[in-house]
Each structure stands twice: as structure tokens, then as C-alpha cells.
Design a binder for this molecule. Structure first.
Ligand code: HEM
Length: 456
């Protein structure tokens, strides 16, 4: 197996243990990790080591923060790693049969079957939906209005997903989806007790999840029954993800798996993109000169017209704004893996029981790769900069065969929404930096991100 040589605070010899947070060599980090994961990550980052050991809830884990090691795990030696027990325990009962958690041949078969839903041409066809809903979101605002921007962006991304995944009446999907997603957010919040109580225990949160889940499955049953009653020509004309799933043979796509796949797309695609947009407005609002530069680009290319997917090729600054936003605030703030066999990482021996934390949050802000790493500077993303950046110093969508299947979808959706709304409004940010964040399922603000919009 390939191993990479990377910088270390000192030479590593076989049998060495990596450094750990806290002065005691083997320290239990459970409490600090549970109380404030983000502060714990930052303590690890401050150690300036490429591999850092920790112990949480009886499990040994390692943070891996050098891009070469990230690449080793996600790409070069990816066959020696799985998603791991932690993710299976937390998410398995909801989406264990979905693409995010399946492993081996089953994963490969599903990824191949689902890939056509995310082909470039297919995604481009969703462009009109994305722009249309963004315009409708903007229609609901008035000049000078102040509001928390995250719920607005959540509603937007949910509408886009409802239409592109299921192609059914928006209010009907919102009624089935929003309660389920919000119950799941609550249930999976690692700071809340509910994350550690089995679903069968009737806590208020668990009851909410179970009711919302049953409602979602019932709505799905109705939609599937309607589809089955359609003529072949009607079905042919459909362009949503559900129609692709229903066109697969029963052995590939059982009813249970279909539910897990759709829920996977909803969980993976809803909050992530809504948070990206929220962070983009926050950053643009606090950097009026950058917002102005974006307005200038939009005005000169679009001249007030709504953006199409083709227009995005002519909007490089918009692309850089999104790239820089995802660097500073990666909604998927970490990637988890567990080795399936003994491996060597940066000279350290790692056993198959170990949980590996590969944190975008730390790697994206490492000053070895990013000058003035905490600054919002879309201008840094020049071709020369990208050419010399190590491949895995930036990986908001993961990497290797398990990289995000929705990456193109998410980037297009975010850019079309920013282009549509920034043409109509200038965003003033009311919430002062620094933004208080928490590591939940995704990197989330702990307080409202208030903005005031001004008609342009
Ligand atoms: C800004 C938005 C998004 C971010 C930051 C993001 C991030 C990621 C990351 C980091 C992974 C890899 C996880 C790993 O290796 O363990 C991933 C996987 C995945 N994402 Fe996304 N994602 C986004 C949007 C979406 C959207 C819109 C969809 C679907 C509509 C989606 C569906 C998925 C699925 C199904 C996987 C699992 C792929 C597999 O294992 O084959 N994501 N995402």
C-alpha cells in the first residue's frame, strides 16, 4: 500500500503515537468533543500536526489534515477505507440503503444506476426550475426588509429538490418533507441527548421523527401509485429523479431502497446548499466592495435578464465567490472514514478500529496553502493559484469515487440563485462577524443570520 511522506513536528519512527490534544499522552476527549466540537477541532488545528490522535467515547480516532494524506485516504488507497461504524450507527436506520452509506458492490451498482440523473445535460435542464424559484423567493421580499436568511434559503432549496427529485406539487412535498428534515436535524444534533437515544424510545423528538417519516413514506406511496397509473408516454416525458429510480428493475431498486435513496438526496442536498447560500450572503454583505464587483459582472453579462446555465460560463467572479464561500464555510465540515485493514498514515500505524476525521474545516484554513486564510478573498482563485495548490487542500465536495454526486447540481443551483437575487437586491448584513457556528450534521450558524435587502 502506498504511503506518503509529509511534514511532521519531528521525525516519526515505527510504533510512534501521533500527538494528542491535552498534555496527558492518552486523554479522553469525549466531553470537550461533545460540548463544543468546533472548539475541539480548532485545538487540533492549532497543534500544527498532520495526524493528531484522540479518544472519544472509548473509540480511538485520528484527525488527518495534510492534503497528501487526505488524497491517500479518499483517492489513492480508497479501497482500504469505508464510511465507518460511527456514520452507520447514526444514519443507518434512515439512509442505510442509500448511496451515501452503501459499500462495495452494492454501492457501485447504485452509483452507476443513479449517475444519469446527474449528467451535465440533465442538470442543465433543471436550470429553469432553479432560477424560477430563486426569482419567486426574491418576489416575496420588499425593499428594506430585514429577515433571517437561512430559513428563506432552506425553503428555496427544498422547493428545487421537491421539483427536480419528485416533480410534484410544491405544497404537497413541503408538507411531507420539511417536518421530516427538521425532525432529523434535531434528532441528529450531536449536542442534544436525542442523538444518543435509540429511535424506538418514544422521546418527543423520536415521536416527531417517526410520525414525519411515516408521512413521508405515505406521500411517496401515493406519488408512486400515481406514476404507475400514467401512460408510457407520460412517464417518458418526465425528467425528475424519481422517474429514473422507478425505471430501474425491482431487484436494483426495491421500495425500501427507493425511500432511502430519496431521503439521502434530500438530507444531502437540502441544508448543504441552503447553508452555502446563507454564508455567501453573509460574506457579501460584509464585503461591499466584493458585492459591488459581483454586481458589475452580473450587470454587464446579464443586463437584468434572469440567468441561464449557459450564462454561468461568462460569470467567473460569481464562480470565485462560491468557491471561496465553500472554502471558509464548508457545510460538510468533515469527512469520516474507517480503515478496513491496518494502514500507515504519515508514518503512523493505524488499526482498523480507528475512526478517521478528515476535516475540511481545518484543511481549508491552513495557512500553508491559503495566505491570510480567514479572509474572504474570491480574487485568490486565479489559475496560477489553483495550479500550485495541492489537490486535496480544498475538497468541499469530498474526493475520489465517493465524491458528491450532487456537486454540479449544487454549484449550479447556488450560482443561479446568487445571480438571480443579487441582480435584484443588495444585501446588507445585520448579524455582525464573527459568525457563531456549530458542528451539527452540517456546519450551521447558532443564531439567526439577519440581512436587510435593498432593491437595486
Ligand atoms: C453545497 C452543497 C453540497 C455539499 C457541500 C456536499 C458535500 C458532500 C461531500 C463532502 C460528500 C462526500 C462525503 C464522503 O466522502 O463521505 C457528499 C456526498 C454525497 N452528496 Fe453531496 N454535497 C452537497 C450537495 C448535494 C446535493 C445537492 C445532492 C443531491 C441532490 C448531494 C448528494 C450527495 C450524495 C448522494 C452523496 C453520496 C455519494 C456517494 O457516496 O456515492 N449532495 N456530498
Amino acid at each position: 500500500m502506498a504511503t506518503q511522506q509529509v511534514d511532521h513536528p519531528g521525525p516519526v519512527t515505527p510504533g510512534d503515537d501521533p500527538p494528542r490534544p491535552g498534555r496527558i499522552p492518552v486523554v479522553d476527549n469525549t466531553l470537550s468533543m461533545l460540548r463544543d466540537p468546533l472548539a475541539f477541532y480548532d485545538r487540533v488545528g492549532a497543534m500544527d500536526a498532520d495526524v493528531v490522535g484522540y479518544n472519544v467515547a472509548g473509540t480511538t480516532g485520528y484527525f488527518v489534515t495534510h492534503p497528501d494524506l487526505v488524497e491517500q485516504i479518499l483517492v489513492t488507497d480508497e479501497g482500504s477505507y469505508e464510511k465507518g461504524a460511527l456514520l452507520q450507527q447514526t444514519l443507518g436506520e434512515y439512509i442505510g440503503e442509500g448511496l451515501f452509506l452503501l459499500e462495495g458492490e452494492e454501492w457501485k451498482e447504485q452509483r452507476t444506476a443513479l449517475q444519469p440523473a446527474f449528467y451535465r445535460e440533465k442538470i442543465a435542464a433543471y436550470g429553469e426550475t432553479m432560477t424560477g424559484f430563486a426569482a419567486a423567493t426574491g418576489d416575496g421580499w420588499s425593499d428594506g426588509e430585514r429577515f433571517d436568511v437561512l430559513p428563506e434559503m432552506r425553503e428555496y432549496t427544498l422547493r428545487v429538490l421537491g421539483k427536480t427529485l419528485l416533480d410534484v406539487d410544491i405544497d404537497r412535498t413541503a408538507g411531507a418533507l420539511e417536518p421530516l428534515l427538521s425532525a432529523l436535524r434535531e434528532r441528529l444534533d450531536p449536542r442534544s441527548l436525542s442523538a444518543y437515544v435509540p429511535l424506538a424510545v418514544p422521546t418527543p423528538t423520536n415521536r416527531r421523527v417517526r410520525t414525519a417519516r411515516a408521512n413521508f413514506e405515505a406521500t411517496l406511496d401515493d406519488i408512486i401509485a400515481e406514476r404507475q397509473a400514467e401512460s408510457a408516454a407520460e412517464r417518458e416525458a418526465r425528467d425528475d429523479v424519481l422517474s429514473l429510480l422507478l425505471s430501474l428493475d425491482e431487484a436494483t431498486m426495491t421500495r425500501e431502497r427507493l425511500g432511502h435513496q430519496l431521503l439521502t438526496f434530500l438530507v444531502a442536498g437540502h441544508d448543504t446548499t441552503a447553508l452555502t447560500l446563507t454564508y455567501a450572503w453573509f460574506l457579501l454583505g460584509h464585503h461591499p466592495e466584493r458585492q459591488q464587483k459581483l454586481h458589475d459582472e452580473l450587470d454587464s453579462v446579464l443586463g437584468g435578464a434572469d440567468p441561464t446555465p449557459e450564462d454561468l460560463f461568462e460569470l467567473p467572479y460569481l464562480d470565485d465567490v462560491l468557491t471561496e464561500t465553500l472554502r471558509l464555510y464548508p457545510p460538510a465540515f468533515t469527512t469520516f472514514r474507517q480503515p478496513t485493514e491496518p494502514v500507515t498514515l504519515g508514518g503512523y500505524d493505524v488499526s482498523p478500529e480507528a475512526q478517521l476525521t478528515i476535516p475540511q474545516w481545518l484543511v481549508h484554513r491552513d495557512e500553508r496553502w491559503f495566505d491570510d486564510p480567514d479572509a474572504f478573498r474570491p480574487e485568490r482563485w486565479t489559475d496560477e493559484f489553483e495550479a500550485q495548490l495541492p489537490d486535496y487542500a480544498y475538497y468541499p465536495f469530498g474526493g475520489g469515487p465517493r465524491h458528491c454526486i450532487g456537486m454540479r447540481f449544487a454549484r449550479m443551483e447556488a450560482k443561479l440563485a446568487i445571480a438571480t437575487l443579487a441582480q435584484r437586491y443588495r444585501f446588507e448584513t445585520v448579524t455582525e462577524p464573527p459568525l457563531n457556528l456549530a458542528m451539527r450534521i452540517t456546519l450551521s450558524p447558532t443564531e439567526p443570520v439577519d440581512v436587510r435587502v435593498h432593491e437595486r
